[in-house]
Write a protein that binds this ligand. Structure first.
Ligand code: SF4
Length: 376
């Protein structure tokens, strides 16, 4: 892609965000969420433009109710500090350094501090390039970048371990527990998507050096003892990579917007209140097609707005992705009912015939129940 192409797209996105509005940085969480709902143009566009979706949702009267509580946040920090204390000995043990010899094994932990993100990115690259062979090197909160639709996303994994053989491992430290039977699959899935973004960013530094198995470090049961699980993120890598190339189609999404569309909240100079009328913002948001799914509730600030809209439009999406896929061409609750009642729909469509069969069975069951009721 040429520089001029990126340049004009960047200007277009800045205009959508509003002049004088700093872009919300794209982080690993945002990129991972894009991979979680690949079909949503609304999210793709607003994220690429760096629009503050939380503030938009609030102005629309549908604020997001997720996010980490301050309590969970500080507990997470305390756990991470524990994993990394004493020169990261615990982390080295979890990385599989032989327990018997762990006493003698230490790791280099280079200082990655530098003023500004560019400086930290440069320090990280230098540390990756200069890690001594034959010993462990642990990068504590390195800063990586990924070029996304012409803008730079800054990504900060909890740690990257450089093994004596030169391979890189992404380490993700989370405060949800790994229980006897394993950890919560939804949470592991979210961590895997996030880690995949870090692996992609490491691939951009040197392709093939990063392992596609990431180390997920969590408290064991409900204790504070760290334990770990290897998570294979190859699938998430493929999905995220595909998603990020699709993001370059942001230009098409932007081009389809009605003339004059803006997501600029137009804050007062003190930055305290929004002056853009909610109705205008509503129209702007609604002009971009969305793909609501219940998963949005835990990943996107606009979830309450999109859920309300999807319900109001009688969209089957609100019923979940599995059902939506099964209903195929029937995308509204109205069309589903019409098809079931034989009023509409192609009888050769398997979804339509299944619905009619279900409607007929229901009818039979009701008739049966009525008969029995009458006989009693
Ligand atoms: S909540 Fe709305 S904007 Fe966000 S991902 Fe879901 S459908 Fe897209």
């Amino acid at each position: 892609m040429s520089t001029t192409h990126h340049h004009s797209l960047r200007e277009r996105l800045a205009a959508l965000r509003g002049p004088g509005t700093a872009p919300r940085p794209l982080d690993a969480r945002a990129l991972a969420a894009l991979a979680a709902n690949p079909g949503c143009r609304r999210r793709a566009l607003l994220d690429a433009a760096g629009v503050d979706k939380g503030a938009v949702a609030e102005t629309l009267g549908a604020p997001a109710r997720f996010g980490q509580s301050r309590f969970a946040f500080s507990r997470g920090h305390a756990f991470e500090a524990r994993v990394k204390r004493d020169g990261c000995v615990e982390l080295l043990r979890l990385l599989g350094v032989d327990g018997d010899t762990a006493e003698g094994v230490t790791a280099e932990v280079p200082d990655l501090g530098a003023p500004g993100p560019e400086g930290r990115v440069a320090r990280t690259r230098q540390a990756l390039a200069e890690a001594a062979p034959g010993v462990w090197t642990l990068l504590d909160h390195p800063l990586l970048t990924l070029d996304v639709a012409g803008s730079t996303a800054y990504l900060e994994p909890d740690a990257v371990a450089i093994a004596p053989d030169g391979r890189w491992t992404v380490v993700e430290i989370k405060s949800f527990p790994i229980l006897d039977g394993g950890a919560d699959a939804m949470k592991v899935g979210a961590a895997a998507r996030q880690s995949a973004v870090y692996v992609l960013a490491l691939d951009a530094v040197a392709a093939g050096r990063a392992r596609s198995d990431v180390l997920l470090v969590c408290p064991k049961d409900f204790s504070n003892l760290p334990t770990a699980e290897w998570v294979d993120v190859r699938k998430q890598l493929a999905v995220t990579r595909r998603q990020l190339t699709r993001l370059t189609r942001i230009e098409e999404i932007a081009a389809a917007l009605p003339e004059g569309t803006t997501f600029d909240l137009a804050y007062t100079p003190d930055g305290r209140s929004v002056t853009r009328p909610a109705a205008e913002l509503f129209a702007a948001v609604e002009s971009v097609p969305a793909a609501y799914a219940p998963e949005c509730l835990s990943t996107c600030e606009l979830a309450f707005h999109c859920r309300d809209r999807s319900r109001a439009e009688g969209c089957v999406d609100a019923l979940g992705r599995g059902l939506r896929a099964e209903l195929g061409e029937l995308t509204t609750v109205e069309s589903v009912l019409a098809a079931a009642g034989g009023l509409a729909g192609d009888p050769d469509d398997p979804a339509v015939s299944a619905l009619r069969r279900a409607a007929a069975l229901r009818e039979e069951a009701l008739a049966e129940a009525a008969k029995q009721g009458a006989g009693a």
